[in-house]
Ligand binder design. Structure first.
Ligand code: CA
Length: 456
């Protein structure tokens, strides 16, 4: 039985909007994120109505996908009717992405361009498909991924709750796993951060609460052009004999169950169990599987291979010498690389080596000099260069550090804090820097030479 171990939420107006039109619902085992649109507070009303429908839903009242779909459809109708009856609210709408855990299975209901992701086995996978113009063009092969990411029309959505009396809802279910972390978010996060950025933050050591703050902060540091909403929850517990069935996982594509099948009580779990029984029955009836053919025996040694012992020893020595030479070259090359980062005291520091960590806490870099420049005192638009870990020459790194020191004196720390958006604007070094692999740092405060946010 899987259970939800941690569930957190964070929503932020961002840097450029006056109001927050996002809404969210956090009621384990049910979660939802909605991103409203429409002027004169209509967006707020629409997204609020959408999540309100979830707060009223009984998570056990129907098969999960049916429950998600009917709740979203009901929310759509109430938003549509309100918009019809009030001209100031005509055209209002909202996205809605919801998740429900029941037993071993996690189900999603989705309309619009908010997103659900799963972080599993160190990999991040988007679960939902955006219902947006740009995403449809991308799926048709008419835009590349890069073009889609920067497209001026990327916020145009093709499906929403509110504009029409009926809405088509995507639903999907797959089997959860111990350790899964799910992310629901509005596009204010994903238009500011790439999947790689989100991945780098989720794989850092730290609580989900910290990760939610890092995500929102990173989106704000990239410009915070839209409202940012994040819901994160994690699963733990034993699965029912995970090896017994071919489980549907987000890697293999979700198990899609039609409304009619589900209405008849046929859930994703039932289908999988039936498939597993079927496979077992077939295995019992079939002859034992043939073993993989053995590897062909090695061909008899040729004259060249029957090298005499002295020659073999010579070959080994040459090989070792080449390896040593390569290692020496690599170390020398690494010594030529410098970069800027932020040390555990929250100061901009100059590092030498490659900005990566190997397993077992082996760092490929060392701190050369703390510059005394507080990261939190840097103006917003200069913070990026202190955390991007771009490879530089020593001269370049030092002159950039000087440059940042000058920039920091132009802005008082309190003024910098005031520009960091609403909510949690305390900029501890741990919070300040998104990205990175955490590695040995246990949340960023351990390990003297660990620049936070080293992106691997
Ligand atoms: Ca938005």
């Amino acid at each position: 039985m899987l259970r939800i171990t941690e569930a957190v939420q964070l929503t932020d107006t961002g840097r450029q909007r006056e109001a927050n039109e996002d809404s969210l619902f956090l009621g384990p085992p049910l979660f939802a994120v909605a991103d409203g649109m429409g002027g004169a507070q209509a967006g707020e009303v629409a997204s609020h109505l959408a999540v309100e429908a979830f707060s009223a839903a009984d998570p056990d009242s129907a098969p999960p996908e049916e429950l998600l779909r009917t709740t979203i459809e009901a929310a759509n109708r109430s938003i549509y009717e309100l918009a019809q009856g009030d001209s100031s609210r005509s055209g209002m709408g909202t996205t809605l992405t919801a998740a429900l855990l029941r037993g071993e299975e996690i189900s999603f209901g989705h309309v619009g361009d908010s997103r659900a992701y799963v972080f599993r086995d160190g990999q991040l996978k988007q679960i939902t498909n955006d219902h947006s113009l740009v995403e449809e063009l991308r799926r048709q092969g008419r835009l590349s991924r890069e073009q889609a990411a920067d497209h001026p029309q990327r916020s145009v959505i093709t499906r929403a709750l509110g504009p029409e009396p009926d809405v088509e809802v995507d639903t999907m279910t797959f089997r959860g796993r111990d350790g899964d972390v799910f992310l629901l978010c509005s596009d204010g996060l994903t238009t500011m951060l790439s999947d790689e950025d989100v991945h780098a933050i989720l794989r850092r050591e730290g609580s989900l609460e910290k990760k939610a703050r890092w995500l929102v902060r990173a989106a704000n540091e990239r410009g915070g052009r839209d409202n940012i909403t994040v819901v994160l929850f994690s699963l733990s517990g034993s699965e029912v004999d995970p090896d017994a069935t071919e489980e549907a996982s987000p890697d293999e594509g979700v198990t899609l169950i039609g409304a009619s099948a589900e209405g008849a009580g046929l859930t994703a779990g039932a289908v999988q169990a039936a498939a597993a029984e079927d496979a077992e029955a077939r295995a019992a009836a079939a002859p034992p599987p043939r073993r993989r053919p053995r590897q062909a025996p090695a061909a008899p040694a040729t004259a060249d291979e029957r090298t005499s012992w002295p020659k073999r020893i010579l070959k080994t020595i040459v090989a070792l010498a080449v390896i040593a030479l390569l290692a020496w070259g690599a170390v020398t090359a690494m010594r030529q690389v410098w970069f800027l980062g932020v040390n555990d005291q929250g100061e901009v520091a100059i590092y030498r080596g490659l900005p990566y960590e190997l397993p077992f806490g082996i760092d490929l870099y060392s701190e050369q000099e703390a510059t005394g420049t507080e990261f939190s005192a840097l103006p917003e638009d200069r913070r990026g260069v202190a955390t991007d870990h771009e490879w530089r020459s020593e001269e370049d790194a030092r002159s950039l550090a000087d440059d940042l020191a000058t920039a920091a004196t132009g802005v008082t720390p309190s003024a910098a804090e005031n520009t960091t958006g609403t909510g949690d604007s305390q900029s501890s070094p741990d919070d300040a820097v998104p990205g990175g692999n955490g590695g040995s740092s246990g949340g960023g405060n351990a390990g003297q030479n660990s620049p936070p946010g080293s992106s691997g």
